[in-house]
Design a protein around this ligand. Structure first.
Ligand SMILES: NC(=O)c1ccc[n+]([C@@H]2O[C@H](COP(=O)([O-])OP(=O)(O)OC[C@H]3O[C@@H](n4cnc5c(N)ncnc54)[C@H](OP(=O)(O)O)[C@@H]3O)[C@@H](O)[C@H]2O)c1
Length: 266
């Protein structure tokens, strides 16, 4: 059995990916906290400092790099500073550290998980993903870049945050294509088996929805009736947002409404 290292193996995508990989691979997870699955090799480490990284890649055939640090995703709402900067310590510096150690250890495949829209990044978070992709392409380890649209869990968390406002802003003329991270995990697991594929097809949700439809379905399944206000979006921003969907890419099967129904608030 070959060994696959998953960074971010304790996160939303990573947990499903680890579950899918376990039957056919020895799975190792690099994380700051130790998980409790006895079928996983846990390496305590931190991509922001480099602790544990050399140990984590030793003897590994494939690295799936899915760790990330997004303060906005963690808190569940955007602050003005999120439009100006995002910390690069995990996504850029951590990627560089991991790549350097992977090259030294003779890793055969470095699969980097990224975001649809990283080509024309309008947000600092997308800019760090673009920079990390550039490092991966130049890192000297055979690679794949696997991009997905926004995950359902994050859309749910962001809408829960926004619904605390007196009115829920609904950007007009803005399309989204949210995807279940579990569906995407299946695609990533297939790419692990396929080997280095360079820039692979993008992966999105089954439907492209207007932001208004996204909010309406969320309100229905979360039994909310927040007052909404239509927020005009400048044409340039609407055009940029179209780059965040991938109607011609691979598509998951779990719709936004099916996911909301299956994942009630905790
Ligand atoms: N969320 C989305 O909508 C979305 C959409 C498209 C693509 N993606 C991409 O998919 C990947 C996974 O996203 P996700 O939403 O599943 O992430 P997530 O649930 O927020 O999990 C983040 C993961 O990163 C790890 N991590 C954070 N800081 C770390 C550090 N200093 N050292 C080591 N590990 C660290 C965390 O592990 P510990 O806390 O246990 O250390 C955790 O496992 C990312 O590359 C993201 O850019 C996300």
């Amino acid at each position: 059995m070959d060994t696959v290292l998953v960074t971010g193996g304790t996160g939303h995508l990573g947990r499903d990916l680890v579950r899918l990989l376990k039957p056919a691979h020895r799975v190792r997870v690099l994380s700051r906290s130790r998980g409790d699955d006895p079928d996983v090799e846990w390496v305590r480490g931190d991509l922001a400092t480099g602790a544990g990284v050399a140990e984590a890649v030793a003897g590994v055939r494939t690295v799936v790099h899915a760790a990330t640090r997004s303060p906005a995703a963690r808190r569940g709402y955007l602050l003005p500073t999120d439009f100006v900067r995002t910390p690069p310590d995990v996504d850029v510096h951590g990627t560089r550290r991991l790549l350097d150690e992977a090259a030294r250890a003779g890793v055969g495949h470095f699969a980097y998980v990224s975001v649809v829209g990283a080509d024309r990044p309008r947000l600092p978070y997308l800019r760090v993903k673009r920079e990390a992709e550039r490092l991966v392409r130049a890192g000297g380890v055979p690679w794949s870049v696997l991009r997905a649209t926004q995950f359902h869990w994050l859309a749910d968390r962001m809408l829960s945050g926004a619904a605390r406002l007196p009115v829920l802003p609904v950007p007009a003329d803005l399309d989204v294509q949210p995807v279940d991270s579990a569906d995407f995990a299946g695609y990533v697991a297939d790419r692990v088996v396929a080997g280095p594929g360079g820039r692979c097809d993008d992966f999105g949700g089954p439907d492209v929805l207007s932001f208004g439809a996204l909010v309406a379905q969320w309100q229905r399944f979360r039994a909310r009736s927040a007052r909404t206000v239509r927020l005009p979006v400048p044409a340039r921003a609407a055009r940029a947002a179209r780059g965040l969907t991938c109607p011609w890419g691979h598509r998951g099967t779990t719709t936004w409404s099916a996911w909301l129904q299956a994942n009630p608030p905790r």
